[in-house]
Design a protein around this ligand. Structure first.
Ligand code: ADP
Ligand code: MG
Length: 663
């Protein structure tokens, strides 16, 4: 059965589901809740100042007051536990017709005995008798949870084929529940205990599949004996390096040596360069491309966005000025005829180096003699893309660049199929970004500092967690910040706004305009480009900093501090002082990510949502680290088993097919 044939899915809903990445019934069922709300009716007396759920009867007609723009209030009297109380609900004036005297309803919120008022954040128009564990999904305003719940419910009644990727013997060993049962429980938990079992099953499965892929890729690399013959002189490399405008850092030198050894080795290169933001990975990539060129092979460098590709292109043209190489930028915005010319020149070998976005992979280029493929910002892509690349380029050498400093033990596991070079040292003269934690009440001070930077002609980034005002949170948002800043700086400044709901072409345009200094301030959600190098930006101000993982904050902060000027990062938050202070103490991404793991909280190894299929649907690497290690061991054993017996289970085939044939 297709998603479009599911009850309740019309063309519009289909489209909205696609926006959430849901294309099939399986995708829908695999769209797990991110949290659960447990509703169990309580006596309001026990609810003083903490959230809870009460059941009762409406005793009066609703009264509505409009307080100011975007703020209204419904209030009515309510009978619960033999007592009459007042109920207040904000910003739900549209519910007024449903509030009828005598109706039995359920309210979720907080009670204050001082005012005898229950402030409800949520309302159900039925009387809840037993406890209920409600799933909460990441949705948007076009797909409401009521609709989504209905779709899930009807998908669960269809007999959707669901594969279990855990081998049978492991399912037995761990007494896991059936996959189908787990999927049902994850959406419609019977109780907290069954939910726990469902989670365990799905977490293990996700980590097992992931580790199986890593182990398989490692095995494949080990077994492959094709490699390209290389022919270069160390002196040529040294001459090239001497001509660079700066001296390489120790770790850059080490990475270059690793790469030289890989090139010499009778084995394909498969190397990850892991380095903090601003540690200078790009130049290492350029040197690798130069070495590759010395043996007369072509290279490709891929970036996740056009603007980054453009930036790399300008850089490389500079660096290779004196060397007679033909370098071309290939992006989606080229004319068809230009693309064709490039394709022709790649085929005849006239072009030595192609810089582009990942779309390069889909251009069906035929290379004359491709020798090296480099992927920038690898953490955006996942394990599937790794093999994809290798499959396209046959036996080429591969380098990945990633700005995700993660603790070493995690790196060895998660990138276990690759050799790793770590760049820890920062380029000389690079100053630490001066980072300060400020309460919202201290905002004035921050605004003054922004103004001072603007007066120096510098640019400023401002980051907020959400796009627009919402009735359920008090988070700072991009739109209202724009208003505030426009007012505060009385039209002196040009402000650009960037967020995830814009089309990618629109986002790129705004970034490019900021780079061209058409804006003084860029207000955005966390979507600001990670690799972008805007030297004139000297300050970043991050609102509701408590909402972000330390790794994300560190990556965001890396947007500034890209020159000799002093750069500043302000974290605005009233909460989580201890955790956020790690950033005020340190500029070392590796240290920060270790602290993120040590301290309470989710810990986001990869930075939020920037991480391709390295973001797990349900597993949390920190919380589930033990399961990860177990899954690693189990999947290694399982792979050995398959290799030894040359068995080919459908399970094994599915995953390998996924790795071998994706485009
Ligand atoms: P990232 O590792 O985040 O991709 P980049 O490669 O963009 O960092 O480098 C950041 C900046 O540092 C660039 O402007 C680059 O030219 C500069 N840089 C790189 N290596 C050195 C070095 N050894 N000495 C001085 N500046 C350097
Ligand atoms: Mg970079």
């Amino acid at each position: 059965m297709l998603l479009k044939d599911l009850k309740g899915v019309g063309p519009k809903t289909l489209k909205e589901l696609e926006n959430l990445g849901i294309y099939s019934l399986n995708d829908l069922l695999n769209y797990y809740p991110y949290r659960y709300q447990v509703l169990s009716p309580e006596n309001f007396g026990t609810l003083e100042e903490k959230s809870g759920c009460i059941v009762g009867k409406i005793e009066s007609n609703p009264r509505i007051s409009y307080i100011k723009r975007n703020l209204n209030r419904i209030s009515f009297r309510f009978l619960t536990s033999n007592k009459i109380i007042n109920v207040t609900i904000f910003n739900r004036a549209f519910l007024k017709n449903k509030i009828e005297i005598g109706k039995e309803i359920t309210l979720i919120g907080k009670y204050s005995s001082k005012t005898n008022t229950f402030t409800a954040s949520d309302i159900r128009f039925y009387s809840l008798t037993n406890s209920l564990v409600e799933p909460k999904y990441h949705l948007n305003k076009n797909i409401k949870s009521s609709l989504f719940n209905k779709l899930i419910a009807s998908a669960l009644t269809e007999d959707v084929p669901i594969s279990d990727y855990i081998p049978i013997y492991l399912n037995k060993t761990y007494h896991f529940i059936e996959k189908k049962e787990a999927i049902k429980e994850i959406h419609h938990p019977t109780n907290l205990n069954t939910l726990k079992k469902a989670k365990l099953k799905l977490i293990y499965e996700e980590l097992f599949v992931f580790m199986f892929k890593i182990n398989y890729l490692k095995y494949k690399n080990m077994m492959s004996h094709d490699y390209l013959k290389r022919n270069f002189k160390k002196t040529d490399i040294n001459t090239f390096i001497k001509k660079l405008p700066f001296k390489l850092t120790i770790d850059q030198e080490k990475a270059v040596n690793d790469i030289i050894n890989d090139f010499k080795d009778k084995k394909r290169m498969n190397r990850l360069i892991l380095g903090d933001v601003g540690s200078g990975k790009t130049i290492v990539a350029f040197i690798a491309m130069y070495i590759n060129h010395l043996s007369n092979y072509q290279s490709v460098l891929m970036a996740p966005t056009e603007i980054l590709a453009q930036q790399h292109y300008e850089n490389i043209i500079n660096v290779f000025q004196e060397f007679n190489l033909n370098i071309k930028l290939l992006t989606g915005s080229l004319k068809k005829s230009e693309k064709k010319q490039i394709a022709d020149d790649v085929k005849t070998g006239k072009i030595d180096i192609i810089i582009g976005t990942h779309a390069v992979l889909n251009e069906n280029l035929t290379f004359n003699n491709l020798g090296l493929v480099i992927t920038d910002e690898q953490h955006r892509f996942g394990v599937n893309q790794r093999s994809n690349l290798q499959n396209k380029g046959q036996q080429v050498d591969v380098i990945y660049l990633s700005a995700t400093p993660i603790p070493r033990t995690y790196a060895l596991t998660l990138y276990g199929d690759m050799d790793t070079s770590i760049i820890k040292s920062k380029p000389q003269g690079r100053k630490d970004i001066i980072t300060k934690l400020k309460k919202e009440s201290e905002l004035k001070e921050v605004l003054q500092h922004i103004l001072a930077e603007l007066k120096l002609g510098h640019q400023v980034y401002v980051v907020a967690p959400s796009i627009e005002e919402s009735e359920t949170t008090e988070l700072e948002n991009v739109n209202s910040l724009k208003e505030k800043f426009t007012k505060a700086f009385k039209g002196l400044v040009k402000i650009g706004v960037l967020h995830g709901r814009q089309k990618s072409s629109e986002k790129e345009k705004i970034m490019a305009d900021f780079l061209a200094k058409k804006y003084n301030i860029l207000i955005s959600t966390t979507v600001i480009e990670v690799g972008i190098d805007i030297k004139n930006a000297t300050m970043i101000v991050i609102f509701n900093a408590e909402r972000f993982g330390l790794a994300t904050l560190h990556q965001l902060r890396g947007r500034v501090g890209r020159n000799e000027l002093d750069s500043y990062c302000y974290l605005i938050s009233n909460y989580e002082k201890e955790r956020l202070e790690v950033l005020t103490r340190s500029n070392d991404g590796f240290y920060i990510s270790e602290q993120d793991f040590l301290l309470r909280g989710e810990g986001d190894v990869f930075g939020s949502r920037q991480s391709g299929d390295m973001t797990f649907k349900i597993a949390n690497l920190k919380r589930d680290y033990k399961i990860l290690l177990q899954a690693k061991q189990d999947s290694e054993q399982y792979l050995q088993e398959i290799i030894k017996n040359n068995t080919s289970s459908s399970y094994y085939n599915d995953i390998i097919k996924e790795l071998d044939f994706i485009d």
